[in-house]
Design a protein around this ligand. Structure first.
Ligand SMILES: Cc1ncc(COP(=O)(O)O)c(C=O)c1O
Length: 484
């Protein structure tokens, strides 16, 4: 890997940061410079599925342990040749996922393509980087084993491929990691440690264990081989759909966008690279404002895969010169995107994977109407219960699930009349309750209704009918009408 010198950093990154802060867009080429990288991974196997006994001592944090691959003041950039090397090495171990024209093209007014990375065996693109990083270990490192901290997708990719390659693997997952992802890692044969309130804590624990036990710590977004592996998606996109006008990439720690942008810009410099984050974890946007990675406290988000408090130093240095636009989306748009992908595409995608479509729904990418745009549906690992809640939130965001309070007559037939009004226009009641104690008018009753309509126009029809008929109607939420 070629190291990114201070001079280059100053010239290239500062200019770019200034532009992005000012909301400008531009296209900066990837330069495809050759690196010193040799291909030394050969997939040698060791005894399969080695398990370790960890003691409380292992979990004691050693302060100031540095990851030698991710150093703040000496970031390492990923280059095009790293990505082609990765593509060559991993091609027999991962899926070349389809990149198909979307049914949502008409609705969004774009020539939309979906790169379906959720179809990888472990349900996300993370396998690419994980497999490449594992194959690039020395024989000695393969025997000793690897460790990482992850909220789930990287942990799964690493666990699965380490197991296939016979490399001992340990993952530290924060207590907030989705249960399904934790269980999957166990099933893939990893030593799973669930510890730490967030990614920063889990990472400190994992780094301390790495130091004590001699494991290689594989950062899930910032290790140079991880970025190179993720970049192979970019090569496939160009092969599958030609040179698109824009590629929209969800951003967590930044490794995905760093790799994919490097691959795409090297082949198609005019293709715009757009990053997307949730409003609950805008770490990359904050880093752009700040001029470098900075701790950004994250809140609970539907896009748990993107909840990385500090973006990677290498990823930031690699991605910033190639980035054309960053978009931050509200959670409601992510919920709506998850719903639309299920209904229109029959794709079950997690919040992080739906962020690109959310960016389109939010109107942030209207300049790409009529253009060829590729969205990375990068993961599909969503807890069933969370999935159910996302669908409900999506319906609510779109105005298809409504809550309202209405005051009706308390005389016999008052409530049934309300029900008849709803039934007459095909509105389905999901929940209904009524109360009298707090209503001033002794002959009235307040009815609280949750109901389902078929679309936005249907909801409007319901509002009109109720406000015409009743004096006191309050709709509790203002749905977000979508662009068309
Ligand atoms: C499904 C999904 N999409 C996107 C990302 C973001 O990738 P990165 O952390 O490399 O920016 C992640 C990260 O875990 C993810 O799991």
């Amino acid at each position: 890997m070629t190291s990114f010198t201070e001079t280059e950093k100053d010239q290239e990154t500062s200019k770019k940061l200034e532009n992005l802060k000012n909301g400008h867009t531009n296209g900066v080429n990837g330069n495809g410079t050759t690196t010193e990288n040799g291909i030394n991974g050969n997939g040698t196997t060791t005894e399969n599925g080695q398990h370790f006994e960890f003691t409380e001592e292992d979990f004691e944090i050693i302060e100031d342990v540095e990851d030698p691959f991710c150093v703040a003041d000496n970031p390492v950039k990923v280059f095009f040749q790293d990505i082609t090397s990765a593509a060559f090495l991993i091609k027999n171990g991962i899926e070349m996922t389809p990149c198909q024209r979307s049914h949502l093209s008409e609705m969004t007014g774009m020539d939309l393509y979906l790169k379906k990375e959720f179809l990888q065996f472990t349900g996300s693109f993370k396998e690419r980087g994980a497999r490449y990083a594992l194959l690039m270990l020395s024989d000695e490192q393969k025997r000793t084993g690897v460790i990482s901290a992850s909220l789930g997708n990287h942990a799964q990719g690493l666990s699965y491929h380490a197991n296939r390659l016979g490399i001992p693997v340990t993952v530290v997952m924060p207590t907030a990691a989705p249960m399904m992802k934790i269980q999957k890692c166990r099933n893939y044969g990893a030593n799973v440690i669930v510890k730490g309130d967030n990614m920063s804590e889990a990472k400190k624990i994992a780094m301390s264990i790495a130091k004590r036990r001699g494991f290689v710590y594989v950062n899930g977004y910032d290790h140079p081989h991880i970025m190179a592996g993720q970049g192979t998606i970019g090569l496939e996109i160009i092969e599958q759909v030609g040179k698109p006008d824009a590629v929209v990439i969800p951003v967590g720690g930044g490794g995905l966008i760093a790799g994919v942008a490097t691959a795409i810009k090297a082949i198609s410099p005019r293709t715009k690279i757009i990053g997307v984050e949730s409003e609950k974890c805008p770490s990359f946007s904050r880093a752009l404002e700040h001029g470098g990675p900075i701790l950004t406290p994250n809140m609970a988000t539907l896009a748990d895969g993107l909840a990385v408090p500090t973006v990677g130093y290498n990823a930031f240095a690699s991605a910033v010169p190639l980035l054309d636009k960053m978009v931050v989306v509200r959670e409601e748009w992510i919920a709506l995107a998850i719903l639309r992908l299920v209904e229109q595409e029959k794709c079950v995608v997690e919040g992080a994977g739906a962020a690109g479509l959310a960016a389109i729904f939010s109107g942030h990418l209207n300049e790409y109407k009529g253009k060829k745009v590729v969205l990375l549906l990068c993961g599909g690992n969503i807890d069933t219960t969370i999935f159910g809640r996302c669908l409900e939130r999506g319906l609510a965001a779109e105005g298809r699930l409504l809550r309202f309070n209405v005051t009706v007559s308390d005389r016999p037939g008052g409530i049934s009349e309300l029900c008849r009004e709803l039934a007459a226009i095909g509105v389905s009641i999901k929940d209904i309750m009524h109360e009298r104690a707090w209503i001033k008018d002794i002959y009235s009753v307040e009815v609280k209704v949750v109901c389902e309509t078929s679309d936005w126009a249907h909801s409007e029809q319901l509002r009109k009918i109720l406000t015409e008929k009743y004096n006191h109607v309050v709709f509790n939420d203002v749905p977000m009408a979508i662009a068309n």
